[in-house]
Design a protein around this ligand. Structure first.
Ligand SMILES: [Zn+2]
Length: 328
């Protein structure tokens, strides 16, 4: 279980951690701060493995021993995970953790606890955790994960080493999706929609998203080539496919990306295209349309997105949108 794939995603964080591991100087507590999908939990589990694996070599856990496998299957007795119970992390959850830690480890004294969304602790829970952090045991490591560092108590921050996780650059995300066997056009589309690698992978693997992509391309073709039929095809091909509000929102996002691509064609910046495999269609559509009109169309899509959020009837909303997109 090498650190290498994680290092490609979070170079600085992994270098800091592996250096400390090699020198046997891991801190008692870390705050992992960064957006969703930046690999905080993956890296936390890798720290736990490195710390508990008995055959760790050159800072890399073996990935095969009992300890490593139990961490993978989330049932290692000395690795504790806490996450919000509903809206918040309650004091009983922190107390439970402390109780667990009062016993000696099952097989060694080493223990690791990981708290997800640590910013969502109640005041009582935060104070209880603070006491816990003030009396560190030599063999305990706390990994506190958060997307919102500013919500943490200064007193907690001051007792932990802060590591900042950076969002994955789009190009790196696309490359890592392609390594999983995803086609380049789906990889760039997913990366345009989310920065979260696992969410992106889900988008690429579900057939529905590929079909949705085709539907959106089809709609733009019809708007240009058969504008009089577009309302009919909306009924026949579109509304029955994008039934849920979330699905329709996704379709509108794709439409926005399409118009952005049209702008990139006009600016002669094809390297930024998301629908890169649709070059011919994009070029044709970009031919007789001004940048001003493209931005008006984008504004119309954005308005439709807002109206969707305000629960306007989807059929009405789409009909009004295509009528506006048909102009110009
Ligand atoms: Zn191992």
């Amino acid at each position: 279980m090498s650190w290498e794939p994680l290092r490609q995603r979070q170079d600085k964080v992994v270098k800091t951690l592996t250096n400390s591991i090699k020198k046997n100087r891991l801190a008692h507590a870390y705050v992992f701060e960064g957006g969703r999908g930046t690999g905080k939990m993956e890296i936390a589990l890798q720290v736990a493995k490195t710390y508990l694996c008995r055959v760790t070599q050159d800072a890399n856990p073996c990935g095969e021993c009992k300890d490593c496998r139990r961490i993978d299957s989330q049932n290692h007795p000395d690795v504790h995970r806490v996450a919000p119970d509903g809206q918040s992390i309650k004091i009983d959850q922190i107390r439970g953790l402390q109780k667990e830690f009062a016993y000696h480890g099952m097989e060694s004294d080493k223990k690791v606890y990981i708290i997800e969304h640590v910013d969502r602790m109640t005041v009582q829970a935060a104070n209880s955790l603070l006491k816990f952090l003030e009396e560190p045991s030599d063999a305990t490591i706390a990994l506190l994960l958060t997307e919102q560092k500013h919500r943490l108590l200064d007193t907690i921050l001051s007792r932990a080493q802060l590591l900042t996780f950076t969002p994955l650059p789009t190009a790196a995300l696309i490359a890592s999706l392609q390594e999983e066997g995803v086609s380049s056009h789906m990889a760039s589309l997913a990366a345009a929609l989310t920065n979260d690698r696992s969410e992106a992978l889900e988008i690429c693997r579900e057939e529905w998203f590929a079909q949705a992509r085709d539907k959106v391309i089809q709609l733009t073709e019809e708007l240009r080539n058969r504008p009089n039929q577009v309302l009919v095809s909306l009924q026949e091909n579109w509304l029955s496919f994008f039934k849920e509000k979330e699905q329709l929102d996704y379709a509108l996002n794709l439409l926005l990306i399409w118009y952005k691509d049209l702008l990139f064609i006009q600016l002669s910046e094809p390297e930024h295209l998301v629908f890169a495999d649709q070059m011919q269609a994009l070029e044709q559509q970009a031919l007789h349309i001004s940048q001003k009109v493209i931005s008006e169309k984008m504004r119309a899509v954005l308005t439709a997105k807002q109206r969707l959020g305000a629960n306007v009837n989807p059929q009405l909303l789409m009909e009004q949108l295509v009528l506006r997109l048909r102009e110009g």
